[in-house]
Design a protein around this ligand. Structure first.
Ligand code: 5AD
Ligand code: SF4
Length: 505
């Protein structure tokens, strides 16, 4: 969290402090002076645009970075939707990239081609790339070689350094590339900028140790590191004091929270904490502690790996009234054979029996999932197993992905790639089954009354608001801006397949 006392005390006349976060406060203040001078010269505010691809982790990182940009003096703007397409005039453009699938990378290169053209028209524009894709040497080399108009490149481990990197670039005019292959420090007392005033994500851990054979995340986000529980609790309390009522606890695998306190002695934390500070806290006990925070109303978390989901956690979810009726439980495949090749450490039967235990103790819970189609060696029989699990579990919704080969992962060298036309046919069939199953689940709730948190004005009709139920489904109803952030009792009047139309009661 932002530390005003520290910020005020930083003297920008002298040399930069060596310690964090004071060092970053120093550079934020330095940049602020430059940006304010430029704004005076040009007679207008300088603008920024941040585009975020990928998961909740990236979204959270972007919240932190937009707060830094705003402190520096940039104001959000510089994007215009015109008849003949988008026009970008922002003075600072930041792309927070994802690399989980190949098409995420292609998207970025598409955007860069477009940005080159925009920058030619607006020479003051500065372009920065960060995030998971920048943790890959080949991609950074490609950017260096073929995209000379990109000014700043950094990765996932040093987003806290944004102000320092901007300063370095603004002062030297040179391109700045600073990608760390490992985290060196967790710097947390930096500002955060919430997209919604009433809800936000809170990192409880970083990285992943699971090495699913298809997945590049462990290579670009590093090993698992759990934050100390005291820090998480303090952060949430401060957020609640600032108007937050719903938090999403974030980690690639929250169920293994607590197994990685003080991992990598070289990672310094920004406050002194004893090595034992987190001992004995696992995810279930963390949930119980978060549930006790006064003023907080909803707790969500993402993502749960089925292999680590303990009965203890199921109990904690049942006991904690603030924990939402939703669990995202990635299946990836319903075939035990493919799951073994994926290194998922569970099989079809254990996944189904876990779901049964969850449903027994938490009868109102909505389950959602991730599924990959076309993993190397996936046969028709394997695919049928996936369909069978989808049918038996009954997911509220599922994110479905076509397998994408990621260089450097073990699966990239696996034989028996599935032909494109077979993958496509399986993918379409899977979508159909998911859709049929989820529509009947949605339908079954019509007529009932639920509590809903109003999040925003409806995108298509400004006489309506969009709200979220505890089970994560969306309901649209009549309402105006004054309701945003409110918890309302809503009757679900009609199901539209994957959202509801409702009425306040
Ligand atoms: N190909 C396709 N999907 C993938 N995912 C991760 N790696 C790949 C890949 N190489 C999916 C998984 C994961 C989600 C975030 O992205 O389903 O749960
Ligand atoms: Fe990737 Fe598996 Fe880790 Fe999830 S658990 S981030 S799919 S390696």
């Amino acid at each position: 969290m932002w530390n005003n006392t520290l910020l005020d005390s930083v003297d920008i006349e002298g040399p930069a402090p060596d310690t964090e976060p004071a060092r970053q406060y120093y550079f934020m203040k330095k940049c602020r002076a430059i940006v304010s001078r430029k704004a005076e010269e040009t007679g207008r505010d300088l603008t920024y645009m941040v585009e975020t691809l990928g998961c909740q982790m990236n979204a959270k990182d972007s919240e932190k970075m937009t707060a830094i940009l705003e402190y520096i003096g940039y104001v959000e703007g510089g994007v215009e939707e015109k008849k003949d397409g988008k026009s970008i005039t922002a003075d600072f453009v930041l792309y927070n990239t994802c690399t989980v699938r190949e098409n995420a990378n292609q998207k970025i290169y598409g955007h860069l081609g477009f940005l080159k053209n925009q920058k030619e028209k607006h020479p003051m524009m500065r372009i920065a790339l960060c995030g998971c894709m920048m943790q890959e040497d080949d991609e950074v080399d490609k950017v260096k070689r073929s995209y000379p108009f990109v000014d700043i490149v950094f990765g996932t481990h040093n987003i806290h350094k944004l102000a320092e990197l901007i300063y370095e670039h603004l002062v030297s005019g040179n391109r700045v590339v600073d990608v760390w292959d490992k985290p060196k420090q967790i710097v947390e007392e930096l500002p955060g900028n919430r997209k919604y005033p009433f809800k936000t994500g809170v990192n409880i851990m970083y990285g992943c140790n699971n090495f699913c054979t298809y997945c590049i995340v462990p290579y670009v986000r590093g090993r698992e590191r759990s934050r100390y529980p005291e820090k998480i609790i303090d952060e949430i309390k401060a957020l609640v004091d600032d108007g937050v009522t719903e938090v999403m606890l974030l980690g690639q695998n929250v169920n293994s929270y607590g197994k990685s306190f003080g991992v990598e002695a070289s990672i310094k934390d920004d406050r002194e904490v004893s090595a034992e500070a987190g001992e004995g806290t696992d995810f279930a006990s963390l949930l119980r502690r978060v549930n006790d925070i006064e003023g907080l109303r909803r707790i969500r978390f993402m993502t749960s790996h089925p292999k680590d989901l303990s009965d203890d956690l199921i109990e904690a979810m049942a006991d904690c009234d603030k924990v939402c009726d939703h669990l995202h439980l990635p299946l990836q495949s319903g075939s035990s054979n493919i799951l073994r090749k994926m290194n998922r450490s569970y099989d079809k039967e254990s996944y189904l029996s876990l779901v049964e235990r969850i449903r027994k103790r938490l009868p109102d819970i909505s389950l959602t999932t991730d599924i990959i189609v076309g993993f190397p060696g996936e046969t028709d029989e394997d695919f049928e197993e996936t369909i069978d699990v989808v049918d038996r579990v009954g997911y509220d919704s599922a994110y479905t992905f076509i397998y994408s080969k990621r260089t450097g992962t073990p699966a990239a060298r696996f034989p028996d790639e599935v032909p494109d036309d077979v993958v496509k046919a399986r993918f379409d069939r899977l979508l159909g089954v998911i859709h049929d199953r989820s529509s009947s689940i949605y339908e079954s709730r019509v007529g009932k009354i639920y509590e809903a948190l109003v999040e925003e004005i409806n995108d298509h009709d400004d006489s309506m608001v969009s709200a979220r139920l505890s089970n994560n489904s969306i309901v649209h109803m009549k309402g105006d801006r004054s309701l945003i952030g409110e918890y309302l009792q809503v009757k679900l009047v009609e199901s539209k397949g994957f959202y509801y139309i409702g009425e306040r009661v």
